[in-house]
Design a protein around this ligand. Structure first.
Ligand SMILES: [Fe+2]
Ligand SMILES: [Fe+2]
Length: 492
């Protein structure tokens, strides 16, 4: 029944809108991959909740049409979630939007000369999807409410679906190599010594719910930036895949931003109720059972700097090659007004004026824009982050507390790129290494910060109740009231 349509065929093992029914080779390949995926989900997916009924959103079409919404909500046991292969509809007469092939018809098949590059892009994107599920697998046990637990699981099943999306591209377009890569995506594990995930931030722990909200705010937002760039791809199946993933990704941004908003709101309200106006009196604020703002700032510093590293080196010939080839564009390339080839363009990168060791300040150095695409995407990311940070600060201001959350300097706590070998404070002052090490815990969480946050991570599983450190949500999901039973916990 289904062709390259916006409706999804659910009468099959692998729901899809890509006519798998008439593509026996790919269908069989995916059916063979399916049991390994379910094993991975049972092993590495949310621990302890696989038999609970979760009020989940499932995509039923790839765009809303009038009253027909793109997704439906219902109780689902996570292992029964219908992970499907969903591509945004094919745009008629789409052309390659950038690079040396700009204006030529978009590719429906893999261009032979770019096969290896394209496969690498898909594998790197694919590897991040299961990684975050692995990082978050124990968080359900300490959920501050059933509402938050449900949101965690929604993010998790959708990351699982994003893995399916990349595996589909690998199996459909890369034959035997693609099947091997699809297998490897199930073999690597976040934080593993012998088979880690490919990118650093995806091997870090997500030990508590503040980390989870900051991860979805920052690291899922890196995902959004990457997907936005890949959605521009001249390889049309990749573009269509990423376009639909972005529809789901918007919810992940919401979870992160609103989660942190609710935490700072609760902290500020508790301070106001106790007549406290000094946010830096950390012990007094903590005694109220809420997370003090300076510790939230330290966690922001950590997650932001780890996520910046995901953009790679500021100057990158790989990224220039991806762009020239028409495989990976810029953030919202279609809205930019230039030649889309970057033949003579330059892009400024902030560099230390007198080298890495002296604090001679910073200046902007112009580089060929083609080589600076990673820096540009990272700067677009920072702009996007600042919109959310501004809304957190508005929440703080409204309570009358005098504190502002800020993103640290781009050079702070970096492991990759031009800032790697220098030691910068969050204000961008370059200091000697020993000073940086000595002051490190003014800026990043220390053991006692971590222990305090951990002490708050107690489950609150009664419908309509919330842990002491987080405010009730203001935004409803599918019009349901706050005391809705978002997860029906299975009897132990
Ligand atoms: Fe994702
Ligand atoms: Fe995500």
């Amino acid at each position: 029944m289904t062709t390259l349509d916006s409706t999804v065929d659910y009468d099959v093992l692998i729901p899809n809108n890509v006519a798998l029914a008439s593509d026996a080779r790919v269908r069989r390949g995916l059916e063979r991959w399916h049991p390994g995926y379910i094993d991975w989900w049972m092993d590495m997916g949310p621990d302890g909740f696989q038999t609970s009924d979760v009020y989940l959103r499932t995509a039923v079409r790839v765009e809303s049409k009038g009253a027909d919404k793109w997704a439906v909500f219902d109780y689902v046991k996570m292992p029964d979630y219908r992970w499907g292969i969903l591509l945004a509809p094919q745009a008629e007469d789409r052309t390659i939007p950038f690079g040396r092939h700009v204006g030529e018809p978009a590719w429906q098949e893999v261009p032979g000369e770019y096969r290896a590059m394209l496969r690498r892009l898909i594998v790197i994107q694919g590897d991040t999807e299961p990684a975050s599920v692995e990082q978050q697998r124990f968080l359900g046990k300490t959920a501050p409410s059933l509402y938050d637990m449900r949101n965690l699981f929604q993010v998790n099943v959708e990351e699982g679906r994003h893995l399916w999306a990349m595996v589909y591209l690998l199996q459909k377009y890369f034959g035997r190599d693609g099947r091997e890569e699809a297998g490897e995506l199930l073999r690597r594990r976040s934080g593993s010594d012998d088979a880690p995930r490919m990118l650093g931030a995806f091997n870090e722990e997500t030990p508590d719910w503040l980390s989870f909200f900051l991860f979805t705010f920052f690291t899922d937002r890196d995902g959004k930036m990457q997907l936005e760039s890949l959605a521009q791809s001249g390889f049309d199946p990749l573009s269509r895949t990423c376009r639909f993933m972005l529809t789901e990704e918007a919810f992940h941004m919401f979870v992160g931003e609103s989660g942190v908003t609710r935490i700072v709101q609760r902290t500020c309200e508790a301070m106001a109720a106790a007549g406290m106006d000094d946010p830096s009196d950390v012990d007094a604020v903590r005694a109220l059972g809420v997370i003090d703002l300076p510790t939230i700032q330290k966690k922001v510093n950590l997650h932001y700097s780890l996520t910046l590293d995901l953009f790679g080196s500021e100057l990158s010939t790989n990224s220039a090659n991806f762009f020239n080839a028409g495989l990976k564009g810029r953030f919202r390339e279609h809205r930019l007004e230039d030649d889309h080839r970057l033949l003579d363009a330059t892009y400024g990168i902030l560099e230390p004026s007198n080298g890495a060791r002296s604090n001679g300040g910073w200046h902007i150095v112009q580089h060929p824009a083609l080589n600076a695409l990673n820096a540009r995407l990272r700067d677009d990311f920072t702009d996007d982050c600042n919109l959310g940070v501004g809304r957190w600060n508005k929440t703080i201001r409204q309570t009358g507390v005098d504190f502002e959350i800020t993103l640290p300097h781009v050079a702070f706590h970096r492991q990759i790129g031009v800032y790697r070998d220098l030691h910068a404070t969050p204000d961008g002052e370059i200091v000697p290494e020993d000073e940086w090490s000595r002051r490190r815990h003014e800026w990043l969480p220390n053991d006692s910060d971590r222990a305090f946050i951990e002490s708050l991570m107690k489950p609150e599983f009664r419908p309509g109740h919330y842990a002491s450190w987080i405010a009730e949500p203001r935004i409803r999901i599918n019009h349901k009231p706050g005391d809705f039973e978002w997860v029906k916990l299975a009897e132990a």
